[in-house]
Design a protein around this ligand. Sequence first.
Ligand SMILES: [Zn+2]
Ligand SMILES: [Zn+2]
Ligand SMILES: [Zn+2]
Length: 287
Amino acid sequence: MSALAGRCACGAVTVRAEGLSDRLSACWCEPCRRWSGLVGMGIEVAEAGFAAEGPVQVWESSAIGRRAFCGVCGSALGFWPLTGAAVVEPCPGLFENAGGAVLHHENFVEKRPPAIRFDPEPDQLSAADYAARAPVVETAEPVPDPLAGGCACGAVRFRLDAAGEDCGACHCATCRAWTGGIFVGVTTRGAALHVEQGEEHLLRWQSSDRVERVSCGLCGGKLWYRVTAPEGDRVGGEAGDVDICLGALDDMTGRPLRREIFIEAKPAGYAFAAETERLTGAEAKAR
Ligand SMILES: [Zn+2]
Ligand SMILES: [Zn+2]
Ligand SMILES: [Zn+2]
């Protein structure tokens, strides 16, 4: 068996996986969706067959697991269970074409925003189904506020004056590696975003000369993508625009998925069911 190599978005963390499963899982539970910015995605591999090198940061997300992220760019690396299972779950975003894995099941489906569905639909597991297989740590239900959000550990909280009524996905390699899965954002103007708590914990990574990506430096929770390009430069979004990760919002519902960009870079193992406007990276940049 040959080892598959992978890396975080900035390249500081490199991983090797031997015997990676061909099954991809997605989890909509509260910590997973806030941590990844949409839905927690993982591919199982025996602990002995996995190695990560570089500035790996770990967040003890619960009594049963830790989540690892890159300390430089914030990229989601994976879920390291503490249950003695001897299995780790690296994120598909680390690997080209998601390591060839195919979406097999969704956990906590009752928490999935109705507007975001996969096609074909993978096996559907509820929180109760999941609890039958592994201990579940209950987290407090947030009070749904369509304009408030925060990271997975709760250190960072923000509020928006206004935000777009729909959302869009980007399948580019950087977005995949950064979120560990799929980047889905809700656009707002930079001036409409107010960090109400935890400004000092923001982990900012300049992913290109025109874009900054922001995570929580304590938990790795994905927060937003900000266009830092000068006024008038529209490549990668309007100057000053911020795309808030849908999973960072307290209320993920009510915003249909309208666009998918870098569609040519989408891994073969999953697809959204929504009828979206699908653009290649070149088409999106030409807008
Ligand atoms: Zn990195
Ligand atoms: Zn946090
Ligand atoms: Zn992207």
